[in-house]
Ligand binder design. Structure first.
Ligand SMILES: Nc1ncnc2c1ncn2[C@@H]1O[C@H](COP(=O)(O)OP(=O)(O)O)[C@@H](O)[C@H]1O
Ligand SMILES: [Mg+2]
Length: 231
């Protein structure tokens, strides 16, 4: 279970405070498939990073499986993240000088698997994503859709129970985008909690629950509906 408890987040932008969230709470159940929608700047990426253990809230708690993750020391939080969370970044964040296989090996290397185990696991995940014939290709030698699948494979490599994806279909054509959504549905049916940020209503509709973020006004306006509605 993922719980946001009374979360606030204020950035400092050129010495001006910018409040993105103000004391919000929300609970995600194991096996939920949730889309997060909202206008640009409404805090979708911020929320995902907070859920993923990558950005601490200004106040409040993020609780995953009973553990308040920002109360853990940084090394334990990193370990927790490695074990439980798979993250797909909007811009893929593949390492350009590493092959597809090496990119997917990276989290397995960090988890301390032997090189043989890393290669076996990374190969089988890439095969699952239809990239068995592209193991040695570098990101620049792959199409955008293939790069996205390498990012998905890297996210899945550690067998995460929680999958967080920021605009995973943002740069894909409709057909490739539908395939990526098939993949998310499949891994959700395996019992993983899936949270996807999207601009695309057809993508959002495929998730079971939709979380809609409101406008984030800058500079901070106390009347602003910073956390609008849960649909
Ligand atoms: N590192 C940062 N420093 C200052 N302001 C930021 C930072 N990151 C995001 N913001 C601001 O916070 C708001 C929410 O950003 P973000 O979470 O990226 O929104 P979204 O993903 O919905 O487009 C935006 O107004 C953005 O300009
Ligand atoms: Mg964003």
């Amino acid at each position: 279970m993922l719980k946001l408890e009374n979360i606030s987040k204020t950035y400092n932008h050129r010495h001006e405070p910018l409040t993105v969230f103000d004391r919000i709470s929300y609970e995600m159940l194991d096996g939920d498939f949730i889309s997060i929608v909202g206008p640009s700047g409404s805090g979708k990426s911020t929320l995902l990073l907070m859920l993923g253990g990558m950005m601490s809230p200004s106040s409040g708690k993020v609780v995953i499986d009973g553990e308040s993750i920002y109360d853990l020391p940084p090394n334990q939080r990193a370990e927790f993240r490695r074990q439980k969370i798979g993250f797909v970044f909007q811009t893929f964040n593949l390492v350009p000088y590493l092959s597809a296989l090496e990119n997917v090996q990276m989290p397995l290397f960090l988890a301390g698997l032997s090189e043989i185990e890393q290669k076996e696991r990374a190969t089988s995940v890439l095969e699952r994503l239809g990239l068995g014939a592209r193991l040695a290709h570098k990101p620049s030698e792959l199409s955008v859709g293939q790069q996205q699948r390498v990012a998905l494979a890297r996210m899945l490599a550690n067998d995460p129970t929680v999958v967080l994806a920021d605009e995973p279909t943002g740069s894909l054509d409709p057909e490739t985008s539908a395939q990526v959504m098939d993949f998310f549905e499949e891994i959700n049916q395996e019992g993983r909690t899936v949270v996807i940020v999207t601009h695309d209503p057809s993508v959002a509709r495929r998730a079971g629950k939709m979380l809609r973020l409101g406008d984030c006004k800058a500079p901070y306006d106390e009347q602003a509906p910073v956390w609008a509605s849960v649909v």
